[in-house]
Design a protein around this ligand. Structure first.
Ligand SMILES: [Zn+2]
Length: 194
């Protein structure tokens, strides 16, 4: 099957491409103060974002998110977004900061939201939560192969299973999906074809 890309995992296996971002999670927005020196060697900023389902103060989340987006903008780094019930406000802030290389990790949302993300050239990463959400299954069906990633997030399940799930829902072959995700990875990190 070759080397796969797991765009967001908290349990790296070392067997695949598993990029690790640097950033402060919205859950920690009211516990941590941001020291931008953490981004010194960062190639990816994440996971950052907004979570309107948690109890962390929203103003604190928004302020932290904006500060990290400003770093991403200034250093032209890709971002991995944690988005829970905050799609519209996140979209607004991404556009305000002119962030172009964006992955919504663990995307849960509607066809309309997926279309809006794709319209802006963003990527949607699908994990095992997809299977439990009818609207997200439809969103995945509507997401072009050129705008998606696969992930395992906090689960210990292998990335192969996430690829299989996506192939089944989208009705594509493993080879097609693997090729598409490789191209997406290259675009996310601005790695040009030789
Ligand atoms: Zn997350």
């Amino acid at each position: 099957m070759g080397r796969l890309i797991n765009i967001h995992t908290h349990h790296p296996t070392g067997r695949h491409l598993e990029p690790q971002g640097v950033g402060i999670h919205p859950w920690d927005a009211d516990k941590t103060s941001l020291d931008v020196s953490i981004f010194q060697d960062a190639e990816l900023i994440g996971e950052i974002g907004l979570d309107y389902a948690c109890t962390t103060d929203r103003k604190a989340q928004e302020e932290l998110f904006c500060r990290q987006l400003a770093v991403a903008e200034e250093r032209r780094l890709p971002v991995v977004i944690h988005c829970v019930k905050a799609f519209e406000p996140i979209l607004k802030l991404l556009l305000k900061h002119k962030i172009e290389r964006v992955v919504f990790h663990g995307f849960i949302g509607s066809v309309e939201q997926a279309a809006k993300a794709v319209e802006n050239g963003y990527f949607l990463s699908y994990g095992f939560c997809t299977e439990r959400s009818t609207k997200t299954i439809k969103a995945l069906q509507a997401t072009p192969l050129s705008n998606l990633f696969a992930e395992t997030d906090t689960t210990p399940r292998p990335i192969e299973e996430a690829y299989e799930m996506i192939c089944k829902i989208k009705g594509c072959s493993h080879e097609e999906l693997q090729w598409a995700i490789e191209q997406n990875y290259n675009r996310l990190f601005s790695i040009n074809d030789k």
